[in-house]
Ligand binder design. Structure first.
Ligand code: ADP
Ligand code: ZN
Ligand code: ZN
Length: 748
């Protein structure tokens, strides 16, 4: 029985208070209930400070209710409302809620992943906006002859005299290093005023190609005809078939009708090239969003999306969460690329989130690629998306010819066929460029004792060490530890310890010594760490300051290298040994991508692929550029093996610094799964055995995993909905960590 006082105190409060559910960025955390005085008028989407534990936390209101299931006196009041303006709008919140539910991550974590750092940490929603400058009334009548002794001030006034709108930093900074102090002096002389920069209205395209091919015209029409409804398209066309041109024409229509466009690109594919191309074609300045930018720059794009000032955003996966004011289309270029999946914290796939986002907003979604993911091909077969083909190169330039080099019958030098070296030399004489693709960093991937077969492994990881020539040490590519190169075998004291195999550095050394006079450039994560450096190198390649490029996948995506006429792919075979069922798919995608870099303009290209398995069936599709034939075979195999897209996976991973604890956890999780399955008789859930992860130890943590699958995604979701709360209750000892990965892409 509740006592009378309690009931009275509740009813007297109930008029001027409501309850809110608040999301906090904490793993496995449900929404928390707080009380809110009505005069605080904080609605859904607002940031609030709430008591939590012994301290306070920043949270976001995600629900408002007039009553709560919890006894009112147990509910603490919120401490303060940061602003009454919602940080996330209703449509975005719905997508974030879906993301949270689908990926079994707390809504708070998902929300935080969607916010710029400044907003997450409680600072102002609006970034410091850049000011523009214009002449004051006095300034307009001013005789600039009076400024002849102040060169920079004079130059600034001259620019402002011809401007019809406030002028920003980009233009003014050209007047000289001291432009800021010159501006300050002009302002103090009351000649110049500062004003917020206006984002110009879209004035129509500047430089779109007018003579689209028939296939391009059809593609543009199909997409443009569905602008107000959700519809998903796959634009499938070889590299150079004019997909980007199609996006540009569609985006042009979107901008004309006042909408915003989002163009998602893979991690590395984001290049100044694409940005410049869009700017030029549409006559606007696009906004970017990627990890190479500063927090402040990203915050500005976030704000621009929100206010509508950013009309076109080009971004990597997390841009799918930008709070657009009027988003009218999402384009995902290179949709097959695995970098659209995030592997840490919130493990979402931007492609899946984009589908939800576009469907909520009722706008079209366009996937574009030369090599669609098997999942996307399947979706097209099932009629969930419409496939539009661009069967030929827009410029009528032939596709590069593909040739295999059988490693079993070739003379090699440091792993490179002599034939390839000869071809590179020919290109050098013709002043054309060659691209050597090898997806392995470092100099040599195996350090082995010839006598006892000891292999250098990382002490922290279950992984081989890679020799790097730059510091002549052994590097672990997993935990980044470095070790001395042993002069003797630590096991048998033999001094026959050798460096086997090749990485980018050994190939660089080989080509420098074999191809005399060639200018060689290596592009991998060791040689090219910053975004700016990457851009500089790409520019050098374009300026033909380089003859031979050696690179990892950093080079394979999205760039045009018009003068590259030879592409050599060195180590495709790794794809055949992998335990990952998608390895062949990724291999053929990568080879076709990198092949697409060759001979994109006047000059036809040649591609050479080295392999030990020239008879492998995947090559018959590769050599004829027949990706769909590969896809059909792959779909057949996956159907037989009951693999995605014919079934849906969820991977439970656990790791612990104490060997065995990861298995303890997974055993308990397995037991609770078994008991759910027994009770619920979910016969179409497959619970696999617990296994060690392919990299069993990583950074001194022992790792294991448990796979669950179902042919029916709803059954799987239902099951996970019961299972995950049970896992959260398993007592965790020994600094155990676990995570659930829905639709996992990598199984390492
Ligand atoms: P993709 O995105 O499929 O790789 P792009 O749109 O980049 O293809 O087009 C490849 C090249 O062909 C670009 O240089 C582009 O300017 C040119 N191009 C595209 N469409 C046409 C067209 N209709 N006529 C002439 N050139 C075109
Ligand atoms: Zn030895
Ligand atoms: Zn390591």
């Amino acid at each position: 029985m509740r006592d009378l006082n309690e009931i009275l105190s509740q009813s007297s409060n109930s008029e001027n208070q409501c309850f809110v559910r608040v999301a906090l960025p904490i793993r496995h955390m449900d929404l928390l209930d707080y009380r809110c005085e009505s005069h605080e008028s904080a609605g859904v989407g607002c940031r609030v400070v709430v008591p939590f534990g012994r301290g306070t936390r920043l949270g976001i209101i995600v629900e408002q209710q007039h009553e709560s299931n919890i006894a009112s006196e147990k509910i603490k009041p919120i401490i303060s409302v940061i602003e009454t303006e919602p940080v996330v709008g209703e449509d975005l919140l719905r997508t974030l809620q879906w993301t949270s539910q689908y990926y079994h991550q707390s809504l708070g974590e998902v929300l935080w992943a969607a916010l710029p750092n400044a907003v997450r940490t409680g600072r102002s929603l609006q970034p410091n906006v850049e000011l523009g400058y214009c002449l004051s009334e006095i300034g307009r009548d001013f005789d600039i002859g009076n400024l002849s002794r102040a060169r920079v001030q004079k130059a600034i006034v001259e620019i402002l005299q011809t401007a019809t709108q406030p002028v920003g930093q980009a233009l003014l900074s050209n007047t000289g290093k001291s432009w800021r102090s010159a501006i300050r002096q002009l302002i103090s002389k009351k000649l110049v005023e500062a004003q917020p920069l206006k984002s110009p209205e879209y004035s129509g395209h500047a430089e779109l190609i007018q003579n689209l091919t028939d296939a391009q015209v059809v593609a543009v029409e199909k997409i443009v005809n569905t602008l107000d409804i959700y519809r998903c398209f796959l634009v499938h066309g070889v590299t150079g078939s004019g997909k980007t041109e199609v996006y540009l024409h569609v985006i042009d229509k979107i901008l004309q009708s006042g909408g915003q466009a989002l163009l998602l690109v893979p991690e590395i594919g984001l290049t100044p090239q694409l940005e410049q191309r869009v700017n030029r074609a549409l006559g606007i300045t696009v906004s970017c969003f990627h990890s190479g930018m500063t927090d402040i720059q990203r915050h500005k794009t976030w704000w621009g999306a929100r206010t509508g000032a950013a009309k076109v955003v080009i971004g990597t996966r997390s841009a799918v969460f930008l709070p657009f004011k009027k988003l009218a289309i999402i384009v995902i270029d290179e949709e097959h690329d695995t970098s659209f999946k995030q592997h840490e914290r919130v493990r979402y796939h931007a492609r899946s989130v984009a589908i939800h986002r576009a469907a909520t907003l009722k706008v079209p979604l366009v996937f574009g690629t030369a090599t669609p993911s098997i999942e996307t091909i399947f979706a097209a077969q099932m009629g969930r998306l419409e496939k539009i083909d661009l069967p030929e190169r827009a410029t009528k330039i032939r596709m590069p010819s593909m040739k295999l080099i059988d490693l079993n019958r070739s003379l090699l030098r440091d792993g490179v066929a002599i034939q390839i070296l000869t071809e590179i030399e020919k290109r050098l004489h013709r002043r054309e460029q060659s691209l050597i693709f090898i997806n392995r960093r470092g100099f040599a991937p195996v350090i082995i004792c010839r006598d006892c077969k000891w292999i250098a492994n990382c002490v922290n990881c279950d992984a081989k060490l890679i020799y790097h020539i730059s510091d002549q040490r052994l590097h672990c590519h997993h935990c980044f530890a470095r070790f001395e190169m042993p002069s003797q075998c630590p096991d048998c004291m033999s001094d026959r310890v050798v460096r086997l195999g090749e990485g980018t550095q050994r190939i660089e050394q080989l080509l420098r010594s074999e191809i005399l006079g060639a200018r060689v450039m290596r592009i991998d994560r060791d040689s090219t760490q910053s975004h700016a450096e990457f851009e500089r190198k790409i520019q050098q390649i374009q300026n033909r300051e380089v003859d031979i490029l050696i690179g990892t996948q950093m080079l394979s995506k999205g760039h045009d290298f018009p003068n590259v006429t030879l592409v050599c792919v060195l180590n495709v075979d790794a794809g055949f040994y992998s335990m990952d069922f998608r390895a062949t798919e990724h291999m053929i995608q990568q080879v076709l991508q990198v092949a697409g870099r060759a001979g994109r303009f006047e000059k036809p290209g040649n591609v050479y692929i080295q392999t030990m398995f020239p008879d492998h069936e995947v090559f018959s599709s590769l050599l004829t550029h027949d990706y769909l034939r590969f896809a059909r075979r792959e779909l057949d195999q996956r159907k037989l093996a009951r693999q995605p897209p014919y079934s849906h996976y969820a991977l439970l991973r656990a790791n612990s610094p104490q060997a065995g604890k990861e298995f303890d956890f997974l055993n308990q999780a397995h037991a609770s799964a078994t008991s759910i399955l027994r009770r619920q008789s979910c016969s179409d859930i497959r619970l696999f055995d617990i296994v060690q992860s392919p990299i069993q130890k990583l950074s001194n943590r022992y790792r294991a995993q448990l796979l669950v699958s179902s042919e029916n995604p709803r059954t799987l979701r239902h099951f996970l909905g019961i299972w995950t709360p049970l896992m959260e209750k398993i007592p965790q000892r020994g600094k155990l960590r676990w995570s659930l990965d829905i639709d996992p892409i990598d199984f390492m």
